[in-house]
Write a protein that binds this ligand. Structure first.
Ligand SMILES: [Zn+2]
Length: 367
């Protein structure tokens, strides 16, 4: 039997296994579910053993556990480490679910359950692949290590120390993350790099307390106006980011990069329809995918201040705030993906910050 025939012959059984896996409410954020996260780890370990993987181990980390397994008999061949996570996000808001989140249902060939696409279904696929290869050929073409964790959805707090302590055991030539989606239903995707991220919050303070806009308006600076004008100065009308030095060390897209991006099947009309927009927007001279994948970007994520309730309130607020993130790219001077230093916002050089009537604070937000 070939591995394809093996997979086809076990299709119903594999589907049932996935549904069993999805029934475990392994919510890592909620202490009440810690035992369920552990149980999901045990399920993964048992399934890897049945697949024929070796040295299967449920390892304690000081937080939620990790499942390790390997098969290292492909001499002179590289070693890959397959990553995935068996914990899930919480289920709130529960009233928006059509079915209980841990009682999976299949509708029109899709599985609906908490964790189905992030990441239980995805991490189960390589386990099935290992199973099929080991059962039909009794070997793997390369060396494989599995590293499945139970705390991804809470930022993997105990993993840095765990990885440092198990450096040798986890050593590999490259890592394949089974935590991600397909490009399209019939189009698999292999993401080879990710952008870095940095975030800042800007707080602008004007008068020491909220004052009446009728009594003080026009006589003192309004922090919301100052903030909006500051934010507007960060991006040109054509989408180009105007922050000093923002593009300085960014590696330009090569002809090869552009050719590879252009080769990805992408329908801009479908993209616009799905988003409910009439047109795309972005830096001149780049395609939509080049803008999204090959250029650093800066986006306002939130802005608040003053009165937000229904109706009106004649207030000139004391404070205004904004949150900003920048998605950053490989930079020229280093041969690896790197996080730029926090972007030097021209915030501190904006007239608003020099004005004696306004106090400006720009603080990085940990990401
Ligand atoms: Zn995930």
């Amino acid at each position: 039997m070939t591995w394809q025939e093996y997979l086809d012959s076990r299709r119903t059984e594999s589907e049932q296994e996935l549904l069993d896996f999805l029934r475990i409410p392994s919510i890592s954020a909620l202490p009440a579910h810690a035992a369920d996260v552990h149980r999901a780890g045990e399920w993964v370990a048992a399934r890897l053993s049945r697949a024929g993987m070796q040295n299967v181990e449920l390892m304690e980390t000081g937080g939620h556990p990790v499942v390790y397994a390997d098969w290292l008999h492909a001499e002179d061949k590289p070693t890959i480490l397959i990553y995935g996570h068996f914990d899930t996000q919480p289920v709130d808001p529960i009233e928006l679910w059509d079915n209980p989140p841990f009682e999976p249902v299949i509708r029109e060939r899709r599985v609906y359950a908490r964790g189905a696409s992030d990441d239980k279904g995805n991490m189960f696929a390589p386990i099935l692949a290992l199973d099929a290869l080991l059962k039909t050929t009794e070997k793997l073409p390369i060396n494989v290590k599995c590293f499945f964790e139970g705390q991804e959805e809470i930022g993997s707090p105990t993993l840095p120390a765990f990885i440092a302590a198990n450096r040798e055991k986890l050593a590999c030539d490259f890592v394949v993350s089974a935590d991600g989606g397909q490009w399209e239903e019939d189009q698999p995707a292999l993401a080879i790099a990710f952008k870095g991220l940095c975030a800042v919050q800007i707080d602008v303070t004007g008068p020491a307390y909220d004052v009446h806009s009728g009594g003080y308006g026009g006589a003192i600076q309004n922090p919301i106006h100052a903030l909006v004008s500051l934010l507007d100065s960060m991006r040109g009308k054509d989408g180009h980011i105007l922050i000093e030095g923002f593009y300085e060390r960014v590696r330009p897209l090569s002809a090869e990069d552009r050719a590879q991006i252009a080769a990805v099947p992408f329908n801009e009309t479908t993209y616009k329809t799905k988003l409910g927009i009439d047109d795309v927007f972005g830096e001149a001279g780049y395609t939509t995918l080049e803008r999204a994948w090959g250029r650093p970007t800066l986006e306002l994520n939130g802005i608040w201040g003053g009165f937000q309730g229904e109706g009106t309130k004649t207030v000139l607020p004391s404070k205004a705030h904004a949150k900003i993130t920048a998605a950053l790219l490989q930079i020229r001077s280093q041969g690896k993906l790197s996080r730029r230093s926090q972007p030097t916002c021209n915030a501190t050089r904006h007239p608003a910050s020099r004005s004696k009537s306004m106090c400006l604070k720009v603080a990085p937000i940990p990401t």
